[in-house]
Structures are given as structure tokens and as C-alpha cells.
Write a protein that binds this ligand. Structure first.
Ligand SMILES: *Cc1c(COP(=O)(O)O)cnc(C)c1O
Length: 362
């Protein structure tokens, strides 16, 4: 006897990248920052006292919100703290998308592109909301009529990831602006990789920006070396934050994560040194891959998407052969992606080991 709802029975859950246990492995598969959290973050961990854990944490993470507001030059009322940015995405679907039982066709559903971050689809299926998926064009370009297609389908919420995952491509601020102004619902710009990019869309959520429908999603997992902490946040006009706030768990972020996240945002300048190192490795590894005959997609993230040359084994074989050498990269079983590999940027030594192993595979 199964007691599950039908949509949960059908649900294909999100597949996270592997987290192997062996000590000697090189892990370039889940876009973590290869450098440890900065000293200021680790120091604030040593200050945690039992008395603070005895009590419930600040419900709205006010201290973090104040720091994040300062960092982005917005009001605290424009920030919401969440348990990873994954929770923010889930909250937005809860608040803005209609379950399919209450609606016709794709009316009230979620607008996506293909490919995109594969979790969006899972979250929509959990909520049982309809999706309208628009294929990207060559080189992962967004179609000019993307927002119109979502409008015609009746989508109330849409998600784009910029810079794009899994390709690394950055769309210009002008393009994001155009979509925000054309789209009739709320547009989430998932900026999980903005720390490694040249532009972001924060100016679109500022007061007097002329937009009331943009929600930016940020995470401390990648840029701040805190994937294990689970802390993300949203930046949006205050009315959107108020809506999301109503639907979150009362204590969705715990005391320790609030404290460390606040230290992290306040140490932004120091943290940014790792962003520079990652970016410089990105261009070094890109050049080395191109020299080996790989097609490498221009990236403004901390990873590279690369298609092996004809004289190399196919992408899936490369993934397996590297795993045998304890080097883990990502291969996606997706029609548009299965001929490519995705490599997170490691330390210079880790990247050298990867390049040497790829050289030996040819
Ligand atoms: C890594 C990633 C996230 C998840 O961030 P968490 O804060 O760790 O939940 C969200 N969106 C994209 C596109 C990502 O790559």
C-alpha cells in the first residue's frame, strides 16, 4: 500500500553530485570553492556559546539582513535569508505557482529554459505545478521572445540562471532587463555564480529601478566556500520579500549559520581574493583545454563546460576514466549535455592533475 500523493510517486528526485569519502580524491564535480572559508568566518565559529544555542535563533536573521543590505546597497527589508538558495527557490514556487489541480494547462505555472539548473524541475514537480519549458538556442543563447512564450503559456513565475548553469555563459544586464520588462509575472534571476561574473542584476531590484517583479537569488555555497553551511538569500522589492516571509519556516536559518553568514558577508573583500584566483585558473585551464582540441564554452562562473575533440574518448568515458583515477568531474545524462563534461575549478595543483590525466587519456 502506498500512501504517497500521485505527483510524489511520479517524482524523479534531484541527483546531487557525488561526495566521495576517500581522502586523496580531487573533487571538481559540484562547483564548490576550492579554498577554505576565510579566517574571519572560522573565528566567528569559535565564538559560538552554549547559551545562544539554548535559545531560538533570531527569526528573521536581522543581523545578516542588515549586513547583506549594506553590501548590496539596498534596504534590509529587501533581503530574506534562507536555508541554502534552494529553499528560496522552493518558497517562490510555493508563493507564486498554482498547483495543477487548481488550473488549466500551463496557466499559473513555472517558466523555465532548457537546459537549466536541474533542481527547478524537481521543485515544480514536488509542488505539482505545470511547467512551460523553452529550449535555448545555439551556444545556450536565450530566444528573443522568451518572455512572450512564458506569457502566452500563462506562467506566473519564471527562473533563469545567470551566469547560466550548466554552460557558464553570462547574459548581459540589458537582456535581463528586457525579459523583466516583457514578462508578466515574477522573474527569478538565480545568481549562484555572480561572484565570478562581471555583471549582476542588483540594480533592477533597487527602489526607483522601475521594476517590481525581479527576485535575485544568491548563495554563500560557491563564492564564500560555505556549501556545508546551507545559507542563501534573496534580494527583491520589499513586497516580494514580505510574501516569501509569510511562507517560510519560522526559524528557517539556525543561529550558527546566521552568525557565520554575517561574518562571511562582512569579510567580502577578503573572500573576493579567492574569486580572483578562481577566475585566473579558469582562463588558464580554458587555454590548456583548447590547446588539447576541446571546445570550451566561455564561462563567467567557477566551472568550465567542455566538449572533447573527435580523437579523444567520448564525454561519458572521460568521466569514468577520471573517476578511476579519483578525479571527479560532472557528466550530465541530458540530450543537450551528454557529449560534454563540466569541470569545477580547483586549486592550481588540482587543475594540473586534471589536465595531465586528460592528456594521458588521448
Ligand atoms: C549551486 C547552485 C544553487 C544552490 O545553492 P545552495 O545555496 O547551495 O542551495 C542554486 N542555483 C544554482 C544555479 C546553483 O548552481
Amino acid at each position: 500500500m502506498s500512501y504517497e500523493r500521485e505527483n510524489i510517486k511520479r517524482l524523479k528526485a534531484y541527483t546531487p553530485g557525488e561526495q566521495p569519502r576517500a581522502a586523496e580524491i580531487i573533487k571538481l564535480n559540484t562547483n564548490e570553492n576550492p579554498y577554505p572559508p576565510v579566517e574571519a568566518i572560522m573565528h566567528s565559529l569559535t565564538e559560538v556559546q552554549g547559551e545562544q544555542l539554548r535559545k531560538y535563533p533570531p527569526a528573521t536573521a536581522q543581523e545578516f539582513r542588515d549586513s547583506a543590505a549594506k553590501a548590496h546597497d539596498v534596504q534590509s527589508s529587501q533581503i530574506i535569508a534562507t536555508n541554502g538558495s534552494d529553499e528560496l527557490l522552493r518558497l517562490a514556487i510555493t508563493c507564486y505557482c498554482e498547483p495543477s489541480g487548481d488550473t488549466e494547462g500551463t496557466q499559473g505555472g513555472l517558466g523555465l529554459t532548457d537546459p537549466t539548473y536541474s533542481l527547478y524541475n524537481v521543485l515544480a514537480n514536488i509542488h505539482d505545478t505545470p511547467m512551460f519549458v523553452v529550449p535555448l538556442e545555439d551556444e545556450y543563447a536565450m530566444p528573443a521572445d522568451l518572455a512572450k512564450q512564458w506569457n502566452d503559456a500563462g506562467c506566473k513565475l519564471a527562473m533563469i540562471v545567470n551566469p547560466h548553469a550548466p554552460s557558464g555563459r553570462a547574459y548581459s544586464l540589458d537582456q535581463i532587463k528586457q525579459i523583466a520588462s516583457d514578462f508578466n509575472g515574477i522573474i527569478i534571476v538565480d545568481e549562484a555564480y555572480a561572484d565570478f561574473a562581471e555583471e549582476d542584476a542588483v540594480e533592477l531590484v533597487k527602489e526607483n529601478s522601475g521594476f517590481d517583479n525581479v527576485l535575485i537569488s544568491r548563495t554563500l555555497s560557491k563564492g564564500y566556500s560555505l556549501a556545508g553551511l546551507r545559507f542563501g538569500y534573496g534580494i527583491a522589492p520589499a513586497p516580494i520579500i514580505d510574501t516569501l516571509d509569510k511562507a517560510r519556516d519560522s526559524y528557517n536559518t539556525d543561529y550558527i549559520s546566521q552568525k557565520l553568514a554575517t561574518a562571511a558577508i562582512n569579510a567580502r573583500e577578503d573572500v573576493a581574493k579567492s574569486w580572483d584566483k578562481v577566475k585566473s585558473e579558469r582562463s588558464r585551464v580554458e587555454k590548456a583545454l583548447v590547446a588539447m582540441g576541446y571546445k570550451v564554452y566561455p564561462s563567467q562562473t567557477n566551472f568550465l563546460l567542455a566538449m572533447p575533440p573527435v580523437d579523444a574518448p567520448d564525454a561519458e568515458t572521460i568521466y569514468q576514466k577520471l573517476a578511476e583515477k579519483y578525479i571527479f568531474i560532472r557528466h550530465f545524462d541530458h540530450p543537450n549535455m551528454c557529449d560534454k563534461i563540466r569541470i569545477s575549478m580547483g586549486t592550481p595543483a588540482q587543475n594540473d592533475a586534471l589536465l595531465k590525466a586528460l592528456e594521458e587519456l588521448k
